[in-house]
Design a protein around this ligand. Structure first.
Ligand SMILES: Nc1ncnc2c1ncn2[C@@H]1O[C@H](COP(=O)(O)OP(=O)(O)OP(=O)(O)O)[C@@H](O)[C@H]1O
Ligand SMILES: [Mg+2]
Length: 245
């Protein structure tokens, strides 16, 4: 097991937001985290990334306590994806520059990767000159440049049309299969969770807890045929049942 939490709990202003979160993430695994708005998903990511300290509980990476430590797990946050006043190349190069790599060298590394992420020729543009899908790919590329074995992705494909979303899903699965990376991915979208994940946690209640865990057996990378398969429908029914629909 790569990452594990033990009984993580967090309150804000005396109100318990999440309680007794015990999750695991294995090597090369994509885990989906599904839950309604306000249940505490982003709060959980803020704890995992070390941005927030839990009131109780621990976060273990390969058995070592990393609770409250930043810079170990890369994190694509739900908002403020890219800095608006910085060009795309500078935005993506940020983690490299933070690591102490010279700007020129960092730019070279970014330029090499842009075509793979469908961003060729965007290096001198500003985020608001790109489409929503391009901005999300740029934010993902920046997350990957943190070069951590674990990435937390908070709704990385939200607010995209269905066609662009499907294209990005396929692209994401093909990129992930090429690099040794484990991800936890927050989404509100049940189909997205099933299509991308090896395992799905459902978070519900107040305070938020992990109330169900569903395994998606299909191998990766997957094609869109999976979304109309019997296996997909069976998992979707199971999730709807867990969500009490
Ligand atoms: N820094 C904070 N201070 C006080 N309350 C907070 C803080 N961060 C989050 N909360 C509260 O904690 C609860 C959970 O918020 P969180 O952002 O984790 O939800 P979420 O599941 O990510 O929701 P969404 O799907 O809308 O992004 C909300 O009631 C929110 O108002
Ligand atoms: Mg959130």
């Amino acid at each position: 097991m790569l990452l594990e939490t033990q009984n993580l709990s967090k309150s804000f202003d005396g109100v318990k937001i999440i309680e007794d979160i015990n999750l695991t993430l294995n090597n090369n695994e994509i885990v989906g985290l599904l839950g309604v708005s306000g249940v505490g998903k982003s709060t959980l990511f803020n704890l995992l990334s070390g941005l927030l300290l839990p009131d109780s509980g621990k976060i273990l990476l390969n058995g070592q306590d990393i609770t409250g430590k930043t810079g170990i797990i890369s994190y694509m946050q739900q908002k403020d994806l890219l800095l608006p006043h910085k060009k795309i190349a500078d935005n993506i190069a940020l983690p490299l520059v933070l690591k102490g790599i010279k700007r020129k060298k960092a730019h070279e590394m970014v330029l090499k990767k842009l075509p793979e992420f469908g961003l060729e020729g965007t290096e001198h543009k500003y985020p608001d000159q790109l489409s929503g899908g391009m901005r999300q790919r740029a934010a993902l590329l920046r997350t990957f440049f943190f070069n951590s074995r674990i990435s937390l992705l908070d709704e990385p494909f939200s607010s995209l049309d269905t066609i662009t979303k499907t294209q990005l899903h396929l692209w994401f699965l093909s990129i992930i299969s090429k690099i040794n990376m484990s991800c936890i991915l927050i989404t509100h979208d049940i189909d997205e969770a099933i299509f991308l994940s090896d395992r799905i946690y459902i978070m519900s209640g107040s305070p938020g807890r992990l109330t169900s865990e569903i395994t998606v057996g299909a191998s990766r990378p997957r094609d869109t045929g999976f979304t109309t398969s019997e296996e997909f429908m069976r998992i979707k029914k199971e999730i709807l049942c867990c969500l009490h629909f």
